[in-house]
Design a protein around this ligand. Structure first.
Ligand SMILES: Cc1cc2nc3c(=O)[nH]c(=O)nc-3n(C[C@H](O)[C@H](O)[C@H](O)COP(=O)(O)OP(=O)(O)OC[C@H]3O[C@@H](n4cnc5c(N)ncnc54)[C@H](O)[C@@H]3O)c2cc1C
Length: 390
């Protein structure tokens, strides 16, 4: 049962039809094929087409490059894109940074970035993680040293997803090693075409491509600084809260969802259901087995439970459910469940195998589910800190 089914009036239905037509035109098999091959989570043609309609930032007013859509239409748009697997990582990362760039950035820089980001011509990736600073983000070591009106940046970022298709990296750097760790940090919007920057691919189990970004003597004017010197912790927390769905408006349509990984579980479930309903050689369909029905029902319950869980907890519940049920679903058909897309006999065109791998990353990026539980415990339940303050 789909508890989230929407009743649309004729105007809203016309909007949904226009989104479906857009998806048919731009989220093509060629887009899917490229995405399977590259894992980049980004398709430039699609992204620019979204930008041309104001749909990179659909809720922004038209005069700022958005489409002025109300919450229901935004929900319809986002759900159609996810349900049809439109690659969208850079749309997400870019949007996470824009309010912070607008608030703390140089006004001229910010207005250009916001305008072009809305059009789709500028994309922003997130440069937080380093080889020795992930969950413990205050430990970043990439150094930015001031020289008059310029800064020199040296160091290394890791898991910088989408850097190869981005114009800027929203980067956390260390500007003072003598201050307490979280007080010596500064954020820059680093143009990725500067001399001294090298981007190298990192392939993940889930098939997603991410990157190392190496910075060697990168020279950057001060106008690319976002926020005050050594105020980077505050700056970055605005973007991190947006990523975690903290402080996000709760709407009747999305439950304030930030990441909504249950939508991927719903796709995997569809594949498993269609496999289960297909009659096999002995004349029986797997769905006739109580065990199969129980697993499908548990996954369907997981989808609804996560969809009904508002942010910020949706991040953890939806990733947990996706990891757990994707593992259940891939085992249902036996070994054939493990066949990849394009292999003969692959179940659901390889979807069960794919979502089982894809699920693992959802418990890691944007902060792991373990760390996120700490955030909920400390910031929302008022429990004591899980780690000592340094
Ligand atoms: C596919 C992918 C894409 C990514 N994209 C980006 C990106 O675009 N930009 C970016 O900056 N980063 C990105 N990341 C990095 C991601 O945010 C980090 O991997 C994540 O924050 C964990 O950091 P870590 O890998 O250093 O693991 P660690 O921090 O070393 O954690 C190792 C393990 O210890 C656990 N742990 C650590 N601290 C605690 C604690 N206090 N309490 C309980 N458990 C704890 C963790 O949950 C984890 O299980 C991406 C990661 C992946 C896998």
């Amino acid at each position: 049962m789909n508890f989230a089914e929407l009743r649309l009036d004729p105007n809203e239905q016309a909007f949904r039809d226009s989104v479906e037509a857009f998806v048919r035109e731009f989220v093509t098999e060629a887009v899917h094929e490229r995405e399977r091959r590259t894992g980049s989570g980004f398709d430039e043609g699609l992204h620019l087409a979204l930008g041309a309609r104001g749909w990179v930032v659909p809720d922004w007013p038209v005069e700022r490059g958005g489409a002025g859509l109300d919450r229901l239409r935004v929900h319809v748009l986002e759900n159609e894109l996810v349900a049809n697997r439109a690659p969208g990582i850079l749309r997400a990362t870019t949007r996470l940074t824009l309010p912070t760039i607008a608030r703390f950035g140089d006004p001229e820089l910010a207005s250009g970035v916001l305008r072009e980001a809305a059009a789709g011509t500028v994309r922003v990736c997130l440069g937080y993680t380093e080889p020795d600073a992930g969950s413990d983000l205050a430990g970043v070591r990439t150094r930015a040293v001031r020289d008059g009106d310029m800064w020199q940046i040296d160091g290394q970022k890791m898991f910088t997803t989408g850097a190869q298709h981005s114009q800027y990296c929203f980067m956390l750097t260390r500007t003072d090693s003598d201050l307490p760790r979280h007080k010596g940090l500064t954020v820059f919007l680093v143009p990725l075409d500067l001399p001294g920057i090298e981007i190298a691919p990192v392939e993940t189990l889930g098939g997603e491509r991410t990157n190392f970004v190496y910075l060697d003597g990168v020279s950057l004017p001060d106008r690319f600084r976002i926020g005050d010197v050594n105020a980077g912790w505050k700056v970055v927390n605005g973007a991190l809260d947006a990523e975690h769905g903290i402080g996000q408006e709760q709407t009747p349509f999305n439950g304030g969802r930030a990441l909504g990984f249950e939508r991927y579980l719903a796709i995997a479930l569809q594949g498993a259901e269609s496999w289960a309903k297909t009659t096999t050689e002995d004349g029986r369909a797997p769905i006739q087995s109580a065990t199969v029905r129980e697993r499908l029902a548990a996954a369907a319950y997981g989808v609804e439970l996560a969809a009904a869980t508002p942010a910020p907890l949706n991040r953890t519940v939806s990733a947990d459910r996706l990891v757990r049920h994707a593992a259940d679903l891939v085992m249902l058909p036996g070994l054939e469940g493990l066949l990849t897309h394009g292999s003969e006999g692959a179940v659901a065109d390889g979807d069960l195998e794919y979502f089982h791998r894809f699920a693992q990353g959802t418990a890691i990026y944007g902060g792991t589910t373990e760390v996120f539980r700490n955030i909920v415990a400390e910031r929302f339940l008022g429990l004591p800190r899980s780690t000592p303050k340094r």
